[in-house]
Design a protein around this ligand. Sequence first.
Ligand code: DUC
Ligand code: ZN
Ligand code: ZN
Ligand code: ZN
Length: 486
Amino acid sequence: TEFDLAVRGGTVVTAASKMTCDVGIKDGEIVALAKQLGPAARDIDAAGKLVLPGGIEGHCHIEQKSSSGLMTSDDFKSATISAAFGGNTTVIPFAAQHRGDSLRKTVEDYHACAAPKSVIDYAYHLIVSDPTPEVLGQELPALIKDGFTSFKVYMTYDALRLDDRQMLEVLSTARREGALVMVHAENHEMIRWLTEKLVDRNNVEPKYHAVSHSRLGESEATHRAIALAQLVDTPLLIVHVSSEEATSEIRKAQDQGLKIYGETCPQYLFLTVEDLDKQGMEGAKFCCSPPPRDVQAQEAVWRGLQNGTFQVFSSDHSPYSFDEKGKLSAGPNPPFPKIANGVPGIELRMPLLFSEGVRKGRIDIHKFVEVTSTNVARLYGLFPRKGTIAIGADADLAIWDPDLERTVRYADLHDLAGYTPYEGKKITGWPTTVVNRGRIVVSENTLQVEPGSGEFLARESSEFAAPLGQLAPETDPARNFGAQIL
Ligand code: DUC
Ligand code: ZN
Ligand code: ZN
Ligand code: ZN
């Protein structure tokens, strides 16, 4: 037979096109797109279904150990299975450096966890928390050359945060080496000050977590991160944007032609601070940073997706169980500063956006594909191997039943957080069959592959990470009396 697998008669959708045709797959790649392809060893009937590029989860925390020793509740097995059931074929979690640790060793540790357990393809962003001359001079450049072409930095959290000076060093290293920098932008001292005031007054219930992480703290840090990036002419992705204020900062920079990108997440479209104000400790289940805000913020974030301010939509899956191993590790009634930050969402990211976005007419199906897959591949150096349906691309497909209605129940999900923030929500449109490099990973509601069958992806430097070539007056030798700064 000509093909190993043929997906027949579906509506094949990419970020830019839609056609009813068959997809022919051989040796893990897409080799033919046409009507009525010849025989294949195996067929999937996709009539009446959508055939989309597999989702790429570009922001998730898997088997990540915090500096305090707390572990996320998913390992690479449960997280990648959960991702696959949610229509994903690739995940890009973080390899998080702890201060004093070597970056290379950090990556090797994550690799030892991921390789035997992943059911779909994977890569890692680095988290750089200790930008010593050794790390910036040798380790990071070497890792970027090895295909770790993106990394995240934090402007808050005592154990992770970089000061402005360190941000500049890191950004100029990224510029030189061709990596994309992702930033957690919140003003550290504003969080600390508000937290102290709240704790002094014994305002310690989960809802005060949202008060301590202000919109102004988010937009100030966003503005500052953009200014730092602009000074050294380096592109920057602001991750997990929650508010109208931060969204406008990103938009303003984009309107100036800067290569500033934005990411948002389901928690900013589908949750609000009211969820943190639930009975007893229930609100802890919704504590994440930045926090969910209000209905106006949700609308601003929707607009940002619609008008292209946000290039990518990620889950920021940071699962902590609602018990002493996770959210309640500091006791049964922890004050908000002691509640682990993060919500699970890797399996529902795409179904939520499909149901509330595509089905309800807020975004079209092409935009859906763009922000959940194509742009993720582009930003992180995986395109066009990943992120689209084209001849020569990996055969990564999610076949969706656009009319399937299901009510979210944690019991039906595959992660190990023990709860979902979206319990009881009605969702229309679910992936029913998921194919990764030609392997049927999920079908008939069943996992069809073994742990360890996912592949590590070394990534290229992305076009999105290339400097604009527009120097600030003070770093431009033509305007700074000839000083060579960059
Ligand atoms: N940042 C993340 O990216 N995820 C969870 C919590 C946080 O602060
Ligand atoms: Zn460590
Ligand atoms: Zn973050
Ligand atoms: Zn995150």
